[in-house]
Every structure is written in C-alpha cells, then in structure tokens.
Design a protein around this ligand. Structure first.
Ligand code: PGA
Length: 250
C-alpha cells in the first residue's frame, strides 16, 4: 500500500444489481489513465454481487470488498450468515467492519473485535469504521468514544498492516453535513494520538467518510493525515464518483 496516496471506497450499502457493473466499468476506464496510478479503488457492493464483480474485475485495478461479515471464522450451522471465509471464496479482498449502521443495530465493540480477528485469519484487509454520534459530539466526548472504539475494536491485534481506519462521524453519514476543516483536523490528530498510545503503527491509513461529494472531496482530502475517502450515496452514481476521484487527484 506504500505507493498509494489515495484510497476511494465505494460503499453501496443495500443497493445495486448486476446491470450496475456497467457503471463500475466507467470508473475502471478512468483509472486506467496513468494519472491515477497512485490511487486505489475498493468497491463494496452487497454480498449478492461480490462474486460477479470479483470475476469481472479480476486482474484489473479495481478491488472488491464486502460491507460486513459474521464473526465465526469456521463454517457451521449459522443460517443466513456469511463469514470471512465465504467472502474470500467469492473473491473479495476487503471487508468493512464497525459501520455505524451496524453498530446502530446492536453491534458491540467486542463483536467488531471478533469479526476483525476472523477476517485477519483469512488474510483479508479491513476497513474499520469509527466515529462519534451527534450526542457524543455535543457532550464533547469524541476523544473518549474514538479511544474506546479503537482500543476495544483492535484489542489483541498486533499487526495493523491489513487495517485501514475510516473515520465517519455518525452525524455526517447521509446528512449532507461534513465537519469543518478545523474539527476534522483535530479529530484525525486524536485518532493518530490514540493509535500511538496503543502502539499501533503510525502508517495505518485513515480515511474520511460521511457525505463526501465532488464539492467537498478536494478540501477534505487535503487535510493532513487523510489517506482516502469512504463514499456512500455518491458512489452509486458513477459520474458523481468519478467527479470525486478527479477533484481529489488533481
Ligand atoms: P454517505 O455514506 O457518503 O452516503 O454519507 C458514507 C458511509 O456510510 O459509509
């Protein structure tokens, strides 16, 4: 990952069908240009599309990821669940974990930690989401929240080579509101401080996610310590996603 200066993750959430592969192709065509050789794109479609997307984009510059996984690493009688082993066999190389939409459904730090360990067992990479809610921000406990999420989520993990952190303030996701430059700079510094406290490598990439669009992407990406963007809504529209990539890579 050392030669990569910007990572773009497309989180499709619960959207998409096989015909959408044509949208993704237009993004691939763009990044074939030498100008984009230092960027990495990771598409995270729903489970149902992982196999077809991985087959189609095999040996291209596009990487495929999943949006979550079950915490058990072995096969077994777990109806309706999909673990890292199955995701790997479908061709994905990345898994988003700890997304606030899943934390909101009851995912705890402990469960996320178990999931992270199960993914590392399969040697896949993780996009580990952290971020404070609006109430936590108002109570001025963002640092404590991020510290808890990182220390518990990464408990017992010594090698962070396969971990990318995505800082996503919950109040920013899907709301059209992004933190001010000042606030974002401060929170990225907080994350770096926490990583240092727990002796995690300084080289861990930190992405920003939450209402990224072509108007704010450039400014956000210039903030010291930000190594990429996690894009939800805007990544469903390839024109918007391409605009974000173009604006950020200039
Ligand atoms: P958004 O979603 O870009 O639609 O705000 C980001 C995310 O939830 O990862």
């Amino acid at each position: 990952m050392t030669n990569i200066n910007m990572i773009f993750v497309a989180n499709w959430k619960m959207h998409g069908n096989f015909n959408d592969i044509s949208k993704v192709k237009t993004v691939l065509n763009l990044i074939k240009n030498k100008k984009y050789k230092k960027i990495k794109i990771i598409y995270c479609p729903p489970f149902t599309l992982i196999k077809s997307f991985s087959n189609y984009f095999n040996n291209t510059k596009l990487n495929i990821g999943a949006q979550n996984c079950y915490y058990k690493s072995d096969y077994g009688p777990y109806t309706g669940n999909v673990n890292a082993k199955l995701i790997k066999s479908a061709g994905a190389k990345y898994i988003i974990l700890g997304h606030s939409e899943n934390r909101n459904e009851g995912e705890t730090d402990l469960l996320i930690n178990q999931k992270i360990k199960s993914v590392l067992k399969e040697k896949l990479s993780i996009i580990f989401c952290i971020g404070e809610t609006i109430d936590e921000k108002k109570k001025k406990i963002t640092f404590q929240v991020l510290k808890r999420q990182i220390s518990k989520g990464l408990k017992g993990i010594k090698n962070t080579n396969k971990i990318i952190i995505a800082y996503e303030p919950v109040w920013s996701i899907g709301s059209g509101i992004v933190p001010s430059r000042n606030e974002l700079e401060k929170n990225i510094k907080k994350i770096k401080k926490i990583l240092k406290q727990f002796k995690f490598k300084n080289s861990v990439k930190i992405l920003y996610g939450g209402s990224v669009n072509s108007k704010n992407a450039n400014e956000i990406s210039k903030i010291d310590g930000i190594g990429g963007l996690l894009v939800g809504g805007a990544s469903l529209n390839s024109k918007k996603f391409i605009d974000i990539i173009k604006k950020t890579s200039n």
